[in-house]
Design a protein around this ligand. Structure first.
Ligand SMILES: Cc1ncc(COP(=O)(O)O)c(C=O)c1O
Length: 416
């Protein structure tokens, strides 16, 4: 048979503009590099991935096994079974005093898909989306994918990366369509106080824009009670709440998340999902119902353990000469400032520099840290800041202790 001849134009792979506007998640790049070294036998302390080190609780696993045995293995409604959507509404009402109907809820394959569906359903080319910095990398890429314009709103490290309504107000323009919030924040661990959240919602709604509140870490707050913007009277008309079972119930691989929003928007999201992934896995949905309606003790236990680890990690990081670190008040990440070890850092820090080793970016520093000390972290560039590293402390105390010892040694070598 003759070989098929392609025209030169067809042979070169021309990707769509949409996909060319985004990049692979930088967390994934770190994971790839770490995997390569691990395959070569390196002994790594991995603080890269943002996922609980706890196993999924037994009762949740049992529910999934039951679902398989009972052949609950067919397509379900695209936006999730009525049972699951009712369970999401029930849990949210019990935890936060909200009142969402199943028609205002869509179940998705993880919080990520909920964010993707929401942004793609709302944003037209050129629409402005206010995104506080540091931001979780996916927001930035999905806004770009949808051809929106990310309007980056710098928060101040000196003020614990806190976002205020005043800052949002100044960034609003006639083109603003959406404001994105993520409290507790990945990567900084910042938690916006409830009163400030209320003011942010008020200025956004008065302006006629939407507020997307990613509350995936809402149960992991250390210094105050968990809070959801959905509990405020009148909030629902302007609000898209994003939730996930990944972190709350240590279920990252099961892929169950959700969005809560006005029914017109959830219907649009269901429409989009019906042409992409359809329903989240039927088995995972059954497990999610058990997670949401069964005992909640595991969440409290994890919270207590994360708090112990946070206190340890922050204390140890602050002992390293040249490293500063704000206190994360939620989620499970520490976001130390390492500008003293970067070529451009001294300009920003205003104190003496430890930059002898000549690192020009946190990217380079993270790579060196991995190669020389076997510690995996994500460089701040991924989150829109230049002088930080992100460490996930969802890891055992033993690994954290060893990793922090290595970090201390690494940074003292950089300084000498
Ligand atoms: C801020 C934030 N939102 C959403 C997610 C989505 O998680 P998932 O898709 O596993 O629910 C993550 C995961 O890392 C996250 O950090």
């Amino acid at each position: 048979m003759n070989k098929v001849q392609l025209s030169p134009r067809a042979a070169e792979i021309a990707l769509s503009q949409r996909v060319s506007r985004i990049s692979i998640s930088s967390t994934a790049a770190v994971v790839m590099e770490a995997e390569k070294l691990r395959a070569e036998g390196a002994d790594l302390m991995d603080f890269g991935a943002g996922e609980p080190d706890f196993p999924t609780p037994e009762n949740i696993k049992e529910a999934a096994i039951r679902a398989i045995r009972e052949d609950f293995s067919k397509y379900t409604a695209t936006g999730g079974t009525m049972e699951l959507r009712a369970a999401i509404a029930y849990r949210h009402a019990a935890d936060f005093g909200t009142s969402y109907a199943p028609s205002e809820i869509i179940a998705t394959a993880g919080g990520k898909q909920a964010i993707f569906n929401a942004i793609c359903s709302l944003i037209n080319p050129g629409d402005e989306v206010i995104l506080p910095v540091p931001y979780w990398v996916t927001f930035h890429d999905v806004i770009n994918y949808a051809a929106g314009r990310p309007i980056l709103l710098e928060t101040r490290e000196e003020e614990n990366f806190n976002l205020t309504a005043e800052m949002v107000k100044e960034a609003l323009t006639p083109r603003t369509r959406l404001v994105v919030l993520n409290s507790p924040c990945n990567p900084s661990g910042a938690v916006i106080p409830a009163q400030e959240l209320e003011r942010i919602l008020e200025v956004t709604a008065r302006h006629g824009a939407w507020l997307l509140s990613d509350e995936c870490y809402c149960h992991f707050v250390y210094d105050e009670a968990p809070f959801s913007l959905g509990s405020l009277p009148g909030a629902k008309d302007h609000l898209i709440l994003i939730g996930s079972l990944s972190k709350t119930y240590a279920m990252t691989g099961w892929r169950v998340g959700y969005a809560m929003a006005p029914a017109k928007l959830t219907s649009a999201m269901v429409k989009l999902q019906s042409h992409s992934t359809s329903n989240p896995s039927s088995i995972a949905q059954k497990a999610a119902v058990e997670a949401l309606t069964g005992p909640q003790d595991s969440v409290k236990l994890m919270l207590r353990e994360y708090q112990r680890r946070r206190d340890f990690v922050i204390e140890k990081l602050r002992e390293i000469s040249g490293v500063t670190c704000t206190l994360p008040r939620g989620a499970f990440y520490a976001y130390p400032n390492v500008s003293a070890f970067l070529e451009s850092g001294d300009r920003h820090r205003g104190h003496h520099s430890h930059k002898k080793a000549g690192n020009t970016s946190s990217n380079e520093l993270a790579k060196k840290l991995l190669r020389e000390s076997g510690v995996v972290v994500v460089p701040g560039e991924a989150f829109g800041t230049l002088h930080h590293l992100r460490l996930s402390y969802a890891n055992s105390m033993e690994n954290l202790a060893e990793g922090l010892k290595r970090l201390k040694r690494f940074f003292s070598e950089q300084a000498n």
